[in-house]
Design a binder for this molecule. Structure first.
Ligand code: ADP
Ligand code: ADP
Length: 219
C-alpha cells in the first residue's frame, strides 16, 4: 500500500472555481516527490488537503492507512499532529519564543514537551548554538532550519514542504536542500510543492499541476 494515495480528488471552492480536478497521485514510503506548478494552479489547495487542513469536495485521500475523506474534523486534527510535519515558506515561528521553545510547542500539541529532545532536533539541523535565540535574531536560513527541526520532532510519516526555499538566498537554499537530501537518504517520505523548476529538480520524482490537473513531468 502506498503511504499516500489520492483517487479522483476534486476541490471546488464555489461553482466557478475548481481548484483540483480529478487528481490521482501515489506517493510511496521513502519517496521524495515534488509537485510543480505556476501560481494559482492548485498547489496550496493540494497541500491543505494532504496536510489535513482542508477536505476534498469529492474523491478519496488515504494517508498511512487512514481515509482522510471520511474523517471528522477532530480526527483530521489528530492525523495532522501525529502524521504530518509541515515546513512553510513563511516559517510561522512564534516571535516571542526562542528556537528551542518553538520546537517544544510542537511537542506539546503531540505529547509532552521534552527540552533534551528538542535540543537534539536543533543539533540535527546544525543549530544547537542558536537554541535560545528569538526568531528575529536568526537569519532566514536559520529560521527555516528550526522549522525543519520542528517538523521532524513528532516523527511524522510525511514531511510536507511548501516552497521551503522561497524566502531564502542561494546559499541558504542550498543548505536547506542539503537537509532535505539527508532526510530522504534516511528514509523520510517528503512532498515538496514549488513553482521553481530548480527546486523541483532536487526531488526524486516530479509531477506537474496546471489548472487543477496533474500530470507526470516529461523531461
Ligand atoms: P497555488 O497554491 O498553486 O497558487 P491555490 O491552490 O492557492 O493555487 O489556488 C487554486 C485556485 O483556487 C486559484 O484559482 C485560486 O484563486 C482558487 N482559490 C484558492 N483558495 C480559494 C478560496 N478559499 N476560495 C475561492 N477560491 C480559492
Ligand atoms: P544572513 O546574512 O544569513 O541573513 P544575518 O546577518 O541575519 O544572517 O545574521 C548573521 C548571524 O548573526 C546569524 O547567525 C544570526 O543568528 C546572528 N544574529 C542576527 N541577528 C542577531 C541578533 N539580534 N541577536 C543575536 N544574533 C543575531
Amino acid at each position: 500500500m502506498s503511504l499516500l494515495e489520492l483517487r479522483h480528488v476534486s476541490k471546488a471552492y464555489n461553482e466557478k472555481v475548481l481548484a483540483l480536478d480529478d487528481v490521482n497521485l501515489k506517493v510511496e514510503k521513502g519517496e521524495w516527490l515534488a509537485v510543480m506548478g505556476p501560481s494559482g494552479s492548485g498547489k496550496s489547495t493540494l497541500m491543505n488537503i494532504i496536510g489535513c487542513m482542508d477536505s476534498a469536495t469529492s474523491g478519496e485521500v488515504i494517508l498511512d492507512g487512514e481515509v482522510l475523506t471520511d474523517a471528522t474534523p477532530e480526527e483530521l486534527t489528530r492525523y495532522r499532529r501525529d502524521k504530518i510535519g509541515i515546513v512553510f515558506q513563511q516559517f510561522h515561528m512564534i516571535p516571542y519564543l526562542t528556537a528551542v521553545e518553538n520546537i517544544m510547542v510542537a511537542q506539546y500539541y503531540h505529547s509532552m514537551p521534552d527540552r533534551n529532545e528538542a535540543m537534539a532536533a536543533l543539533e540535527r539541523v546544525g543549530l544547537a548554538d542558536r537554541a535560545s535565540h528569538l526568531p528575529s535574531q536568526l537569519s532566514g536560513g536559520e529560521q527555516q532550519r528550526v522549522c525543519i527541526a520542528r517538523a521532524l520532532i513528532n516523527y511524522p510519516v510525511l514531511i510536507l514542504a511548501d516552497e521551503p526555499t522561497g524566502n531564502l538566498d542561494e546559499q541558504n537554499q542550498k543548505l536547506v536542500m542539503k537537509i532535505f537530501h539527508e532526510l530522504h537518504d534516511e528514509g523520510h517520505t517528503i512532498l515538496t510543492v514549488t513553482h521553481s523548476a530548480e527546486v523541483g529538480d532536487e526531488a526524486q520524482r516530479c509531477v506537474i499541476i496546471e489548472h487543477g490537473h496533474m500530470r507526470e513531468r516529461t523531461a
